[in-house]
Design a protein around this ligand. Sequence first.
Ligand code: NAP
Length: 258
Amino acid sequence: MTDERYMPSFFDLTGKTAIVTGASSGIGRAIAVALAQAGARVAGVARSPQDETARRVREAGGDYLAITADLASIEPIERILDETLGWAGRADILVNNAGIIRRADPLEFSEQDWDDVANVDLKSVFFLSQAFARRALARGGGAKIINVASVLAYTGGIRVPSYTAAKHGVAGLTKLLANEWAAKGINVNAIAPGYVRTDATQALQDDPERSERLLSRIPAGRWGEPEDMGGAAVFLASRASDYCHGSILVVDGGWLAA
Ligand code: NAP
């Protein structure tokens, strides 16, 4: 029998502070808004302005801090933690969402396109998690890390070698860090989005043939919207997921099941 008195508090993030990387658009923005709706304060990280995200978070009743940083290198990572802790006094949730993709034939793929993607999508994910975990362990009381992987952590895709390698890496890192930190009170899990309408997939959306082929393989019969990722993020950020460690929550309209 369900005791409904306990249902809202399962997902309540009141008093928590979340860092969301890549919060200036797409999935990161939607996750920032969803976490704010659940009660969290949000510090967003991106290179470009985050005014629209800040507006939507505040509209949802939340507090927002925009941190400008380029995660192509690990140089700004300590500052991201310092600014967040200076603002909110704590950081309970880290969403490693920032990511880029480069598309080219593997026979032509450049070292630059390899390094650029690997740096943002994989290297910074590890070192930001490390810096966040050090502070969380010093504070005590538990924390949540949510990595944004992809269905390309399961399948190969085409024309995206560095992205597929990085996302497989994110899945592996999620499991490794869960092994290392579960007993220390840090939950490390991931979301694996399917095909979601954002700037990152604009080229696919604009290609009628590829777009139609993708759509015909999605059992839900539609592309994902950034907001479709919000519930999974709230779940993995909340005490509802306290016993989840190393899980990769696929949110793909059924793509992987097809
Ligand atoms: P998006 O709209 O292009 O958003 C990417 C975000 O990452 C932006 O906020 C961008 O901000 C930030 N970012 C990129 N490079 C950065 C850097 N060097 N330093 C700091 N921030 C940086 O794409 P999206 O689709 O929402 O992607 C978000 C995540 O979801 C990515 O990890 C992506 O791989 C993953 N994903 C997306 C899909 C999909 O279908 N869309 C599917 C599976 C997984 P600035 O440009 O302002 O820096």
